[in-house]
Design a protein around this ligand. Structure first.
Ligand code: PMV
Length: 332
């Protein structure tokens, strides 16, 4: 195969991965559960460069035009290409181009989408036919652990604590099981200044870390059961607790990390008011200021209408559960 092109999704964590046993290999301290998205994707096109030479790593600008990727991102991609080449046993130069359909580095899992897209596109390009666990392992070897959950669709659990294989992923339910929607309120598009990786590193130093860990076995059970029963209200409180405690731990890490902005609190307040008015919607955030609001399809338009009218909300992305990586039109 001389060229492959794949769209791989971001995901939103219902139970958060926060804290690592091994940061380099992104081995989590606790299991996490996410929902794979369908609109927030990274498109990655990869081709073997004829005639040897260097890799060519490009990124699409807002206008869709490809340009050389900036240094730090290009280095992370090049390191990922090296790992993928080593796995395939093929030392060939590769051209890759990526385009995100959503804002990058603002806590919307752009690294999960990006590194899973690279893993899927490049392994296919190099002729490997891998199962989900192998792909997940390669995706998270980038250092973005949550990328492991983006190689498959639906509702996904990753990282069985205490088991020998803490890299394992498990599809709890396919996308067709439950058409859950995610209305994402964008309140800040400035790239965050502290990476999730640094957040994982500092997390165990928070005085709240142990208290949240003690809650996790129950929360995992609640979320697994709610997914099986397609019952958002049954897991609503738990997913909000998870989001708030992720940020509580970040804010009480040493030194503290503040991912929230004023808009975050206003969206959370609006979601509570929606519920008081009878709209079953629940909020969650990853490591950023922007807020995912989960609801059933029947309530999606009401949720969107309530969020767009908030002055802090720059825009809203309507997303929902997706089926995982898929072929995409090539970028070059
Ligand atoms: O995969 P990373 O290293 O970018 O960390 C992801 C951390 C959270 O998004 C906050 C939680 C999660 O489980 O996705």
């Amino acid at each position: 195969m001389t060229r492959t092109s794949v769209a791989s999704p971001a995901n939103i964590a219902l139970i958060k991965y926060w804290g690592a046993v091994d940061l380099e290999r992104a081995l989590p301290l606790n299991p996490s559960i996410s929902m794979t998205l369908r609109e927030c994707v990274t498109v990655c096109t990869a081709a073997i460069l004829p005639g040897g030479g260097e890799d060519l790593i490009q990124i699409a600008g807002a206008d869709g035009i490809l340009a050389d990727a900036p240094g730090r991102f290009a280095r992370a991609v090049a390191a990922h290409l090296d790992r993928l080449r080593a796995r395939a046993g093929r030392d060939v130069p590769i051209r890759v181009a990526t385009r995100n359909t959503f804002p990058t580095a603002v806590g919307l899992a752009s690294s999960a989408a990006g590194f899973s897209a690279l893993a899927v596109a490049v392994t296919r390009l190099l002729g490997l036919r891998l199962g989900a666990d192998e792909l997940a392992e390669l995706a998270r070897a980038s250092g973005s652990g949550s990328a492991a959950r983006s190689v498959v669709g639906g509702f996904v659990e990753w990282g069985m604590a205490g088991s020998g294989d803490s890299a394992a992923i498990r599809v709890l339910a396919d996308a067709s099981h439950w058409d859950l929607r995610d209305v994402i309120a964008i309140v800040d598009e400035t790239p965050k200044d502290v990476s999730s990786r640094e957040g994982h590193r500092r997390a165990p130093g928070s005085p709240h870390y142990a208290a949240r860990s003690a809650e996790l076995p129950r929360r995992l059970e609640v979320v697994r059961a709610a997914i099986a029963a397609r019952d958002l209200a049954a897991m609503g409180d738990v997913i909000e607790e998870e989001a708030i405690e992720l940020h509580l731990i970040a804010m009480s890490s040493r030194p503290p990390i503040f991912y929230w902005g004023p808009g975050t609190l206003r969206v959370l307040e609006r979601v509570r008011r929606l519920r008081a008015d009878g709209v079953p919607a629940y909020a969650t955030m990853d490591a950023g200021a922007n807020v995912h609001v989960l609801c059933e399809p029947a309530w999606e338009a009401d949720v969107q209408a309530a969020l767009v009218e908030l002055p802090d909300v720059v825009r809203v992305i309507r997303d929902g559960v997706g089926e995982g990586p898929a072929d995409a039109p090539p970028l070059f």
